[in-house]
Every structure is written in structure tokens, then in C-alpha cells.
Design a protein. Structure first.
Lengths: 415, 85
């Protein structure tokens, strides 16, 4: 069928509806490497604005680290640009396996398989490892990619209220008739910045004979005393059956992800996970950079320690200024505004003050839970955070929200 | 409010509202379009209805529209209560 006017009009109406609902997303062009300070072209065609970036997943500040860049260059020179193949045909270099071994050791797992992204790992895992006799019981705030992966799987889907262990226990009791039970959770929840109660989850998994699936994308490299992740933080290293995580955040921020865990589950992914089977191998240049990242994060905890300090300092600054923030101890610090329009206006005003942050609202977060999600990085220096809080204070005063409680904020926006 | 309506409403409140969530759930409150129940979590509601009411709701009938209010859920249950399992 030709892309005729009727088809075009239909899509244009959909796009208009997205705009009318205030959900239209626009890209801002960054003209510099990813870092604590970036140069941004926004709106399109305007001059470059230098901003402090408080919304990148660049937790360890390794996205533009000179050693990682040098290692990536060396990998490019020695192993080429692309593999032109999926892994199991002729796409596996020795480096891929080396990186998998390094990730296995770091995460305290039995084996690891690289995927093009963690989105792909999550999309492929469930269908490869579970069937219609099984059940997946997921925290209601797990990442969208997990929900997509679960939808592709024939196993029964169920959910439990966010971090509600009593509700999870009820569900585990209810599903004792299933062949396999898998509890599914994020380690650090990306929108709220809180941490899963993994110690309690493991306890329940042992009591009710269930496996545990953990997406630790917002934790690997920096949560836990040596940065192993949420399982280290909660004292359950070695007790998680499946960990999916990403190379696209703290571990260099380029792309790539993995499934890491029990040998047999990883092998099932190698045999059956469709995003692994039908996508190209992770590019050599990224593997080489990631290997250097593994060297850096195993040699020293300095970066995760600095990140921890930055996160604590930033939380303190926001509280002292009178913002309503979500409690937690991760580098994700959501500033709650509740109203979608206010969140958008606030982010725009911050940009005018030289701080790059983004407003999040429904459907990314529940209705009435709009917020500015701020994320700390080891690349931030104290002066960045002091400048950023000055901008937050100024914009907060402009909107008259400093010192307001949740109820007061909601009431103010309702007027 | 009849017994079936009350049972569905009570389940929705217990299963989907978080502690401290003061939103009112009436027979006509939009559940899915109103953001109280997400389509992913709808599965537990379907299973609850099937178990409690001894019915089988085909996946094609378990649409977000059919599950959008307590009233429409009750109508759906009544429709399938007339179908032998």
C-alpha cells in the first residue's frame, strides 16, 4: 500500500494527539562529550549553552574517561569496527568472552552472556527460560523493558505492590501450584531512586522455592561497598539467580548489556534468546572500552565513593532548600512536583539557568507523580552541585514551591 | 451496592491502591485510563474474578475497556456467569 494522504493524515493526527496531551518528546543536541558540563543546542538552531548536566546515567563519570577512550581506540585498531555477524555465526571475538568472564567475576555469578543492550537482555530472557507452567511475579515499578520481556513470555504474569513484601508473600503462596516461580525486581528503581529489599526477597524466595531476577542497571558499578550492585548492598551476593545489567550507564555509558547468573539460565539464553540470536555482536570498540572500565572499577572504589558523597551532599542541599524529594540512598534523587506542567516549566527554567534536567510525568511515572529526576555522577565536583542548587533555588522561588509539603504542592497546582 | 460489585471494588482497593492512597473508588471511577490499575497488573484481577466467580474470561474479552470501571467489570462477570465453564 502506498503511503497516501489518508495514511499520512492518520499518523499526523496521532502525533498531534501526543502533542495535545503534553507528551511530545524533543531531542536536544549536545555538541560535547558526555560529562558533568555539556554544551547544548536548544531550541534547534540556537547558540550553544553550557550546562551542568544532572540527568545522565554517567554515574561513575567514565563516559569520557581518557583511559576508556584510549582503550576503545586500541580495540578499534586491533579488532576492527564491526563484526558483521551475530555471535554464534562469526561474531564472537576472544574479547567478548573475556568481558563476559570479567562481568561474571564482578557480579559474583556463574556465567554471563552479552546482549546488544539491557533492554534486549530483558526482552529475551523470560521467553528463553520460562514457559506456560511457570509464573513471573514482578514489582509494579520494574523497568518497561522487563514488562515487554514478560509480555513476550508464555508464563503467567503477576505483580506485587512496589517493595511490599507482604503482598509478594501472598503471591508466592498463591502460585505454589506452578512449576517455577520467578520474582522479578529492579535493584535501584530508576524513577524513584529507592533500593529493592533484596535481602527480604531472597528470604522469601528460599522459603517459597522461587528464583530471583534482578535488573541492576542503575546499580552495577557503584551500589554496595565495592560497587558490585544491590545484591552486595543487601548482603546477598551469590544468591541472585539472574542479574541483567547494562554497559550503557555507569560502565562507560556506550551500549551493551548482559544476562549474568546461573550457568544453565545463561546457556538457555545463548540457545534461545531472540535478541541475542538475531542481533549483531557488541562492537569490538565497545568491548575494549568496557574491559578498561572493568579494570578501573576493580582497581579502586574511589569513583563510587565520590559518587556516594555527591549523592548525600546533593540530597542535603535539596532538602535544605525546601524541596520535596524522594528518600533513598542512591544517586537518583527525584525532586517531586506532582504536576506535569509544573515539571515541564521547571525543567525549562532550569535550562535557562544553565542546569540540564528533565521533567518526568505520566505515563513514565504514575499520574500525579510528576517530578524532576536528578542523577549524580562521580564527574560532578562540589562546585557543580553548589551552582546547580543555586539554580534550583532560584527556579523554586519563581514558582513559589520552596518549603511546600506534598499536600501544599498538589493544592497549589490544582488552583 | 450488590455483593458482586462490593467484592470487585474491595479487591481493586486492596490489590491496587498503595498505603496512604486516598483516591476514592466508585463503581464508575476509571481504573485503567485513570491510572489506578495498569494493564500489566490487570492479570491478577482477571484471575481473581475467574477464581471467585468460577468463570473463564477469554483473553480477547479481558480488554482494558472491559476492565476500566467496577461497573464494566461486574457486567463482564455477569456475562460469563451465564456461560458454562
Amino acid at each position: 500500500m502506498a503511503f497516501d494522504d489518508a495514511v499520512r493524515n492518520s499518523y499526523q493526527a496521532d502525533i498531534q494527539a501526543i502533542k495535545a496531551a503534553g507528551l511530545f518528546k524533543e531531542e536536544r543536541y549536545i555538541h560535547s562529550p558526555q560529562h558533568s558540563e555539556i554544551e547544548v543546542e536548544f531550541p534547534l538552531g540556537s547558540g550553544l549553552r553550557k550546562c551542568i548536566n544532572v540527568c545522565a546515567n554517567n554515574y561513575l563519570g567514565l563516559s569520557s574517561h581518557p583511559d576508556v577512550i584510549a582503550a576503545a581506540h586500541a580495540g578499534l585498531d586491533s579488532r576492527g569496527y564491526g563484526m558483521s555477524s551475530v555471535r554464534f555465526i562469526c561474531g564472537t571475538q576472544d574479547m567478548h568472552r573475556e568481558l563476559e568472564h570479567r562481568l561474571t567475576a564482578f557480579l559474583g555469578a556463574e556465567d554471563t552472556l552479552l546482549f546488544p543492550s539491557c533492554m534486549d537482555a530483558n526482552a529475551g530472557f523470560f521467553e528463553a527460560c520460562l514457559n506456560e507452567r511457570d509464573v513471573m511475579i514482578a514489582d509494579r515499578l520494574v523497568h518497561a523493558s522487563i514488562i515487554d520481556g514478560m509480555r513476550l513470555c508464555k508464563a503467567m504474569q503477576d505483580t506485587f505492590k512496589h517493595s511490599d513484601m507482604e503482598h509478594l508473600e501472598e503471591k508466592l503462596i498463591e502460585h505454589q501450584d506452578k512449576r517455577l516461580r520467578m520474582i522479578v525486581t529492579d535493584g535501584v528503581f530508576s524513577m524513584d531512586g529507592d533500593t529493592a529489599k533484596l535481602d527480604r526477597i531472597v528470604e522469601l524466595a528460599e522459603k517459597y522455592n522461587a528464583m530471583v531476577f534482578l535488573d541492576d542497571s542503575h546499580a552495577t558499578g557503584f551500589i554496595g561497598r565495592t560497587g558490585r550492585g544491590t545484591h552486595e548492598h543487601c548482603g546477598v551476593l551469590g544468591k541472585i539467580d539472574v542479574i541483567t545489567t547494562t554497559l550503557g550507564k555507569a560502565l562507560g555509558g556506550a551500549s551493551g548489556g548482559c544476562v549474568s547468573g546461573r550457568r544453565e539460565l545463561v546457556e538457555m539464553c545463548r540457545q534461545r534468546a531472540r535478541p541475542y540470536l538475531f542481533s549483531n555482536a557488541v562492537a569490538p570498540v565497545i568491548v575494549a572500552g568496557a574491559l578498561k572500565v572493568m579494570d578501573l572499577i576493580t582497581a579502586s572504589t574511589d569513583r563510587r565513593d565520590k559518587l556516594e558523597w555527591n549523592a548525600r551532599y546533593w540530597r542535603g542541599l535539596l532538602k535544605e532548600a525546601g524541596f520535596d524529594i524522594k528518600e533513598g540512598d542512591s544517586p537518583i534523587v527525584p525532586v517531586m512536583l506532582y504536576d506535569a506542567k509544573l515539571a515541564q516549566d521547571f525543567a525549562r527554567d532550569l535550562f535557562d539557568e544553565g542546569v540540564y534536567a528533565v521533567g518526568f510525568f505520566f505515563p513514565v511515572v504514575p499520574k500525579g507523580q510528576a517530578r524532576i529526576r536528578t542523577q549524580m555522577s562521580a564527574a560532578h565536583e562540589k562546585h557543580h552541585l553548589d551552582s546547580a542548587i543555586a539554580a534550583f533555588r532560584k527556579v523554586g522561588r519563581k514558582h513559589g514551591i520552596l518549603g511546600l509539603s506534598k499536600k501544599e504542592l498538589i493544592a497549589m497546582c490544582a488552583v | 451496592m450488590d455483593e458482586l460489585t462490593k467484592m470487585v471494588r474491595d479487591y481493586v482497593i486492596k490489590e491496587y491502591l498503595e498505603e496512604g492512597d486516598e483516591r476514592e473508588v466508585t463503581e464508575t471511577t476509571p481504573l485503567i485510563s485513570g491510572g489506578i490499575v495498569d494493564s500489566f497488573s490487570m492479570v491478577s484481577l482477571k484471575r481473581f474474578l475467574e477464581r471467585k466467580c468460577s468463570i473463564k474470561i477469554p483473553d480477547d474479552d479481558a480488554t482494558p475497556q472491559a476492565f476500566d470501571t467496577v461497573q464494566s467489570i461486574v457486567a463482564l462477570v455477569r456475562r460469563f456467569q451465564q456461560v458454562p465453564v
